[in-house]
Design a protein around this ligand. Structure first.
Ligand SMILES: C[S@@+](CC[C@H](N)C(=O)[O-])C[C@H]1O[C@@H](n2cnc3c(N)ncnc32)[C@H](O)[C@@H]1O
Length: 365
């Protein structure tokens, strides 16, 4: 019997320059991955904030300022110096965070603090064993496996949503006026409620309701509302795909909360049914195309597909869900909105948010 591979052409030896070039890229990827992890640590330990407060400082001075162990701080500074995040002067053994780096890495830089997003690297890496198993079984990793998810998500939306609420509200003509006058608003998949509590504070005559199926997130949201003594906002543990009920809303928002649903089609239908006549659905979701080939030049595509594998797709599959994935894309989103019975859709981008776009969706028009 003929060998099954007998007809295969002999493989040409790869071009040595191309191998070198790709090898260099791989080295770069390892370096950048290490730097991202250290940027996350720098954020969580407050090291970037401490560096921004200090003039050029030694590792010991920085450790003292941040209240941390000098040996760890010195090693972290090694990673940050060689990845050219921090500058080092060997004569005095001093380190400094240049001002233009501080403007993208410190809490004071909110909403432009990239270190917030670096936290996803470790957060997602922590479930790698279970994800590898899912590649074999086809099942998913549930929300409960992601420690710190709601905490990091709250910081994330504190920047991408709360930091830009004025611009987001301005996307809908007349919405600011209506909010000032007093309308009813529902936020679906509200997480820790940062966006809704900020809206409730800005628009005291409007009434706000937040739904999320995570008890942890709703507890955090209620705490924030209580801290601010807000009486125009309430949070309920509720499955967005569950019964619609009687209440109707003038505005429904979903910030980064549709693509990771178990049953996104049912959730969109439910949103449509909960909207008052002439109501508006404002959906922030990932900026991408549904066609892989159109995402090749997308500046965050590898990161976002990774987030999908490690979180958004898998949490949906863990519930026996659709597993749409982070990169479901605008074409698919528009098709699903139409299938759910919505009217006119316009899609906007805002300069502060390279990761998302904003869909302004009319209930009827
Ligand atoms: C990516 S997070 C976004 C949270 C929040 N909107 C924000 O921007 O911080 C998605 C949220 O959807 C919630 N969620 C997922 N499926 C849900 C469902 N079926 N019903 C209610 N909430 C759900 C999750 O618990 C999570 O808080």
């Amino acid at each position: 019997m003929e060998h099954p591979h007998a007809m295969e052409p002999a493989r040409a030896a790869p071009n040595a320059d191309a191998v070198d070039a790709f090898g260099n890229r791989l080295v770069g990827m390892l370096d950048e991955a290490g730097a991202a992890l250290m940027i996350s640590v720098g954020h969580r330990t407050g090291l970037f904030d401490a560096m921004a407060r200090l003039p050029p400082a030694t590792a010991a001075e920085l450790a003292h300022e941040a209240g941390l162990d000098e040996r760890y701080v010195r090693e972290w500074l090694g990673a940050m110096t060689t990845s050219r995040v921090v500058e080092y002067d060997p004569r005095g053994g001093q380190y400094r965070l240049p001002a233009h780096h501080a403007s993208l890495l410190t809490r004071a830089a909110t909403p432009n603090n990239f270190a917030v997003y670096a936290q996803y690297v470790a957060l997602l890496g922590a479930v790698e064993d279970r994800i590898v198993e899912c590649f074999r079984s086809g099942s998913g990793v549930p929300y409960s496996a992601f420690h710190r998810f709601h905490e990091v998500m709250a910081e994330d939306s504190g920047q991408s949503v709360v930091g830009a609420l004025d611009a987001i509200v301005a996307l809908v003509p007349g919405l600011e006026h209506d909010l000032l006058d007093g309308i009813s608003v529902l936020d679906v998949g509200c997480g820790s409620g940062r966006a809704l509590t900020a809206l409730a504070r800005a628009y005291p005559r409007s009434r706000f309701t937040g739904h999320d199926f995570s008890e942890e997130a709703i507890r955090a949201a209620r705490n924030v509302a209580a801290e601010h003594r807000l009486t125009n906002v309430e949070f309920d543990v509720r499955d967005a795909a569950g019964p619609v009920g009687e209440a109707r809303y003038d505005l429904i928002t979903a910030f980064d909360a549709i693509h990771d649903q178990a049953d996104p089609a049912a959730v969109l239908r439910g949103i449509r049914q909960r909207l008052a006549p002439d109501g508006i659905f404002l959906m922030q979701d990932i900026r991408a195309s549904s066609a892989l080939e159109r995402n090749v030049e997308h500046p965050l595509a590898p990161f976002l597909y990774a987030v999908s594998v490690m979180h958004c797709m898998t949490v949906s599959l863990a519930q026996g869900g659709a597993g749409l994935g982070t990169m479901w894309g605008e074409e698919r989103a528009r098709a699903m909105l139409a299938e759910a019975g919505f009217g006119e859709v316009s899609v906007h981008t805002l300069p502060h948010d390279i990761q998302n776009c904003f869909y302004v969706v009319h209930a009827d028009r």
